[in-house]
Design a protein around this ligand. Structure first.
Ligand code: DGY
Length: 327
């Protein structure tokens, strides 16, 4: 009999067809997130779970006696309680690499939108405020040839650096847990301490994964170090930034503006003050959201599930759980 799995979010039909060849499956087919209690009921007889963002913790695993693998359709896996998964020998996989260029494109669009105030000035034109060509009030800041500081020089960080370097002639700085001499050479990038990077950069892009160590990695102290002309971009996870400190820094004009694809609470609270600020560009966590990339992520996640449940090592087993795999 084919293994039983649960699909906890909407997936492209091609991915579902592939899954149907390998598994018996049940699925959540609605756009809103699956209610947790309902998911618990569904998981009672499942060996695999295809999802993204679902918290995989003790409570969920207590309701999933047969579960062997959770396959995330995302590169981030801060939804995994890695300690509990290790204890229960549950494999966890993600979908890196296939989304790097798509997320990097989105980050560049946020940099340009904030620097040149694109959404704000779009609203200005539509409201009929366009009266003179040379109104200094609508000036922005340049992107080209400025200094781009990237915190978290993984695959996506490097794709952003390439665009900055070769597309916009930017000077590239980076901060990472470990320095990367090969990247430094390829992109003429320079390693900086976190503090040096914050002080020297015109654009600061935060791409570090969310872990207990990076929660509120950027807060009041860090915003105070940035230039008043700095543009801050977060496309990692909302909780890597202390949002109250960001709101304060924007209100006090400590920085020029911010571009945000992620928030501490998602979907964002409509009353969040960030939504009322003209120097902020906000997006609904769409870093990887193109049809092609979501299809590739879905297929990779499905292949991870198939490998894990058919006795092969999944290609994208997360690094913290590598040693769980017994061939
Ligand atoms: C991911 O896959 O973790 C990213 O947030 C995509 O936007």
């Amino acid at each position: 009999m084919l293994p039983q799995i649960y699909i906890a979010r909407k997936i492209p039909v091609e991915v579902e067809n592939y899954i149907a060849e390998h598994f018996r499956y049940k699925k959540w087919d609605r756009l809103e997130p699956i209610p947790r209690e309902y998911l618990f009921e569904q998981l009672a007889d499942c060996e695999g779970l295809l999802t993204s963002g679902t918290r995989i913790d003790q409570e969920l695993l207590d309701h999933s006696p047969k579960l062997k693998v959770v396959s995330n359709i995302s590169v981030g896996y801060n939804n995994f309680d890695l300690e509990v998964m290790r204890e229960r020998k549950i494999l966890g996989t993600n979908t890196p690499k296939v989304l790097d260029d798509t997320v990097a494109d989105l980050i560049l669009s946020l940099m340009l939108s904030v620097a040149r105030r694109v959404p704000e000035l779009d609203r200005y034109v539509r409201a009929g405020h366009w009266s003179s060509k040379d109104d200094e009030n609508i000036f922005g800041v340049d992107v080209h040839h400025k200094t781009l500081g990237i915190i978290g020089m993984g695959n996506i960080g490097q794709a952003v650096a390439q665009r900055g370097k070769w597309g916009f002639g930017m000077n590239i700085l980076y901060h990472n847990r470990h320095s990367k001499p090969d990247v430094e050479q390829a992109l003429d990038a320079a390693y900086r301490s976190k503090e040096e990077l914050l002080r020297e950069s015109d654009f600061i892009v935060l791409m570090t994964p969310l872990t207990p160590e990076t929660r509120h990695y950027i807060g009041e102290r860090e915003f105070a170090m940035m230039k008043p002309s700095a543009v801050f971009i977060n496309a990692s996870r909302g909780a890597t930034v202390d949002e109250a400190a960001l709101i304060n820094a924007l209100r006090m004009k400590q920085i020029f503006g911010a571009g945000l694809d992620v928030f501490e609470q998602e979907p964002v609270d409509p009353k969040n003050p960030l939504l009322t600020m003209d120097n902020v560009v906000v997006l609904p966590h769409i870093g990887s959201a193109t049809s092609q990339t979501r299809l590739e992520m879905g297929m990779l996640a499905a292949r991870n599930l198939v490998d894990a449940l058919y006795g092969r090592k999944p290609s994208q087993l997360v690094k913290e759980l590598q040693d769980l795999y017994e061939s």
